[in-house]
Design a protein around this ligand. Structure first.
Ligand code: CUA
Length: 158
């Protein structure tokens, strides 16, 4: 079959774009260590404050790392300031008391949805000490843009 040069150029260009898309998915997914959620745990969203799992939102630090219990509600996170040790495994356990919120720690691979009725759980390690911004990245209402918190990664004590 005799394909004109011009057609050939566009065929290769289209193929190149597809290859670029696949490369972007692989680089961001594998390189950024993105993982699909694997933890399924339910909770009554109207009883979050009374539920023993979430009655005392706080950070618990032990020899193995830290566990963060937190929740999102219009329009903030509790606790609003989270302190965790650097270089240790940190497990987040979170939920929402009202609508779906997002939980993104800017500059890290920590990013999950807080869906009412479910407990979102993931474990990550923060290597670099410092202050990180936590934002809600799911539109949740008029105060969505005000919904933020702070993560402080502290240098591990020798
Ligand atoms: Cu909470 Cu947007």
């Amino acid at each position: 079959m005799n394909v004109p040069l011009y057609e050939k150029i566009w065929m290769w260009a289209a193929g190149g774009i597809i290859a670029a898309f696949i490369a972007i998915v692989l680089v961001t997914g594998v390189g950024g260590a993105l993982q699909p959620p694997s933890h399924v745990e339910t909770i009554d969203p109207t009883q979050v404050f009374k539920d023993p799992r979430f009655a005392h939102p706080a950070v618990t630090v032990d020899a193995n790392g830290a566990t963060v219990v937190a929740f999102g509600m219009m329009y903030g996170f509790t606790p609003a300031e989270i302190r965790v040790p650097a270089g240790k495994r940190v497990t987040f356990r979170m939920t929402s008391t009202d609508v779906t919120h997002g939980f993104l720690i800017v500059g890290t691979n920590a990013n999950t949805m807080l869906v009412p009725g479910y407990v979102s759980q993931f474990t990550t390690v923060f290597q670099r000490p410092g202050e990180y911004l936590i934002v809600c990245n799911e539109y949740c209402g008029l105060g969505h843009h005000l919904m933020s918190a702070k993560l402080i990664v502290e240098e591990a004590k020798p």
